[in-house]
Unconditional design. Sequence first.
Length: 131
Amino acid sequence: GKGRADLIDLREIAGNEIRGEGDVEVHVHGPTSNVLIDFDAKVKDAKYMGLNFGNISGRITFDDELSELRFTNFHANQKSTFYSLREGFVNLGEEEALHLPFEIHVGKVEDFATILEPLIKKVSWWKLQSL
C-alpha cells in the first residue's frame, strides 16, 4: 500500500524505535520462510536506532531471514548537510553490525554529529566543542 504515514504508529521495527512522518509505499514479497518488506519512503525527521537521519527518501528493505535492514538509493539532509547512501545495511541479529558508507555532498560536521549522536558520544576522543 501507499500513503501518508506517521512512523510513530509502527512503534518499532526489529525491536528498535522508529520515528518520522511522510509518504511511504510498502511492498511485502518473498516466500513465507524469507519475507522481504520494501519501504519506499519520503519522510521528514526520520529516526531509527537513535540515529537522527533528518529528511530522507529512498528504499529501506527489511529481510526477515537475515534480520537485516538494507538501504538503497538513500538521499537525505540533516539541517544544511546533504548526504546519500547508494547501498548499506544494518544487521539486527546477534552480530549487530553497521555498514553505512555515507557520501556527504555538502554540509557541516555538527549536522553529521547530530545524525550519529548515539554512536559518537561513546567515542572518548570525539569532542564536538573542540572543532
